[in-house]
Design a protein around this ligand. Structure first.
Ligand code: GTP
Length: 635
């Protein structure tokens, strides 16, 4: 493209609540623009991972470049980024938004505005993006277009004629959306990239934002970039401003959505570069790529030093779990797999951990339980690793009577207020040393039809939520505003609120701060051995109920053994709940017929003795299936 042609570029993201049809609408755009031939088209083509297609959810952001002639017969280059809708993957959305100038806000006409519609809209407004409102799925008989339009007008204060009606199924409205993108979304400019306007955007020193990355066995680290200023060519020596790492751009290209080498990317464009980095720590999302010549203060031939772009806020993990290889000798493989996965999952955090029972592993942070589940699944599929996951826990702040007894490692976890931050039940110090414990709270927004409000409010109260207020979207639907402990919302709240509202409620939450909590550590014993991975922190007044639930769930989930197994929950060594998992009884008398009672009794006696022996030997060797914690949490 010539200098003038930056004016013919439009970069935008598609935002919506989960399942409102982002990936399907993107399919129609790819067809209309001829980016993918109709015969090669498959549903939700931008969901690149098998896992996404099987589950029908988008997990990763996905960019794609399309060329299309809109009215007036002028060809435009559209760079679209499809984003996930689930709250656990919001970081993917916010990173996408920093790389574009506009956003399509899709609302399903049968559902109306939902919790992530609002959350994503606010993210887009923070980035000052142009918003194009679209009512989607208008082909469905249950679509209520008028009502949805009214909700949108109320929300963003736009006029009715600005809202486009579309269907990702029939393709209706898709050309209008692209036309609106041309009219309303600004072309990239040095100004939108945060720089001055004195030079052409192409002539400025290179500054490109890394908004995502992945690891390629052959080409090393691939960085997904938005070039803000200047240009980057294959073979160019690059410098990363935050990590100070140097390398060579082995390749540069665009997404079709496959990688297509073009040899160069210019200001305003979105694409990838193969960085040549083999060490995954050298390339981080949010970093700025420039040319090695501009790295030194002032650079060569520059009047002022090149400064890094704004980058991203660090994400705050909400829930933590221990990750251990199932086979102890796979620790090294696990470490390498996690490093590579981190490149493609920027919200993942981890640090090494050692446990007496589980060996070497990692304490990892996630944005929610779905994030953790997906992570576990990806390790298995992409790296062929089976792992043990300990019961997830939020981070607690523990105020100690004295920090003198803490070792060096734990002193590092003292925060600015002097509290010890713990991410695992095992880090909880002895009760006698504790002055108070605090837990994280969230602001909770639930969008719900009026008829289900009562049931929802009862549920939230059960979850220790504190009512703030109710805001009506229209006469039939409202937003309930609450605050609640994060620990009660992360577990089964989502499933339960869906169930009490016949699926109509939607939920969004955000960390808001810490509040005092009366909690204790509960241990779980199987065959009288403590199972470290199942320990959890529970509210003192719920401990008996939780203990009972846990041993009952274990009884249902654990495979039966040749001997009876005791299942117990205990607090500070005192058993608070107990169950027995009966033995698998092999029918040793099967071959007997007739009424020889003594012979039968003898055989059974022999079996009993054998089992006793096995139990003595087999104590603690009961294998706990790796998904047990999910079953326990979701009870
Ligand atoms: P996430 O990324 O997981 O949040 O989902 P999404 O917003 O990308 O939604 P997706 O495109 O996966 O569509 C969700 C479901 O709605 C799928 O079953 C689609 O087939 C269906 N769907 C999407 N758009 C339309 C539409 O315009 N009309 C009809 N009838 N169905 C649609």
């Amino acid at each position: 493209m010539s200098e003038e042609n930056v004016k013919k570029i439009r970069n935008f993201a598609i935002l919506a609540h989960i399942d409102h049809g982002k990936s399907t609408l993107a399919d129609r755009m790819l067809e209309l623009t001829g980016t993918i031939e109709k015969r090669k088209m498959k549903d939700q083509v931008l969901d690149r991972m098998d896992l996404e297609r099987e589950r029908g959810i988008t997990i990763k952001l996905q960019p794609v470049s399309m060329k299309f002639k809109v009215s007036g017969n002028e060809e435009y280059l559209f760079n679209l980024i499809d984003t996930p809708g689930h709250v656990d993957f919001t970081y993917e959305v916010s990173r996408s938004l920093a790389a574009v100038e506009g956003a399509i806000l899709l609302v399903d006409a049968t559902q109306g505005i939902q919790a992530q519609t609002l959350a994503n809209l606010y993210l887009a407004l923070e980035e000052n993006l142009a918003i194009i409102p679209v009512v989607n799925k208008i082909d469905l008989p249950a679509a209520d277009i008028e009502k949805t339009k009214n909700e949108i007008m109320e929300l963003i204060g736009c006029k009715e004629e600005e809202i486009i009606c579309a269907s990702g199924k029939t393709g209706e409205g898709v050309a209008d959306i692209l036309q609106a993108v041309v009219n309303k979304v600004a072309a990239p400019s040095a100004k939108s990239a945060g720089g001055g306007n004195d030079k052409s955007i192409y002539e400025k020193p290179l500054r490109a934002l890394i908004f995502d990355s992945t690891y390629d066995e052959y080409r090393g680290v691939l960085a997904f970039i938005r070039v803000m200023e200047g240009r980057i060519k294959k073979g160019e020596k690059i410098y990363l401003m935050a990590t100070k790492a140097k390398s060579e751009a082995v390749d540069a290209g665009i997404f079709t959505p496959d990688y297509k080498s073009t040899g160069e990317l210019k200001a305003g464009e979105i694409g990838y570069i193969a960085t040549g980095f083999k060490n995954v720590n050298e390339c981080r999302v949010g970093d700025t790529i420039t040319n090695v010549n501009f790295a030194a203060q002032g650079g060569i031939g520059l009047s002022a030093p090149v400064t890094g772009l704004k980058g991203y806020k660090e994400v705050k993990p909400m829930v933590f779990a221990g990750i251990f290889p199932q086979e102890g000798n796979e620790y090294q493989q696990l470490r390498e797999a996690m490093e590579k996965l981190k490149l493609n999952d920027a919200a993942l955090t981890y640090e090494p951990e050692h446990s007496d029972a589980l060996g070497f592993g990692f304490r990892s942070g996630f944005l929610g339980l779905l994030h953790l589940e997906i992570f576990q699944e990806r390790l298995k599929r992409e790296y062929n690793l089976d792992i043990v996951v300990t019961t997830p826990s939020v981070a607690y702040r523990v105020f100690l009577k004295s920090v003198k007894s803490l070792d060096q490692r734990r002193l590092k976890n003292i925060d600015a207020d002097g509290a010890l931050v713990i991410h695992s039940p095992h880090e909880l110090p002895d009760l006698s040393q504790i002055e108070k414990i605090e837990e994280p709270w969230v602001t909770l927004d639930v969008i719900i039809p009026k008829d289900y409000m009562g049931a929802a409010m009862n549920l939230i109260q059960d979850k220790r939520g504190v009512y703030v207020n109710t805001e009506f979207i229209n006469v039939t639907r409202a937003i309930l505003h609450y605050t609640a402990p994060m620990a009660t919302i992360l577990t089964d709240f989502y499933d339960k609120i869906k169930s009490v509202s016949s699926g109509y409620a939607s939920v969004n939450y955000e960390f808001s701060g810490y509040k005092p909590a009366d909690v204790v550590k509960m241990d779980v014993l199987v065959a009288e051995d403590e199972v470290e991975s199942l320990s959890m922190i529970v509210y003192r007044d719920e401990a008996f109920r939780r203990g009972k639930e846990v041993v009952e769930t274990l009884k249902e989930t654990l495979p039966r053994q040749m001997f009876v197994i005791k299942l117990q929950a205990a607090i500070g060594g005192k058993v608070i709940a107990s169950e027995r998992l009966s033995a698998m009884r092999k029918d040793v008398t099967a071959k007997l017929y007739g009424g020889d009672v003594t012979r039968k009794r003898k055989l059974l006696e022999k079996q009993k003795k054998g089992k006793k022996k096995m139990m003595e030997h087999g104590k603690g060797s009961v294998e706990i299936p790796s998904d047990t914690f999910i079953k326990i949490l979701k009870r």
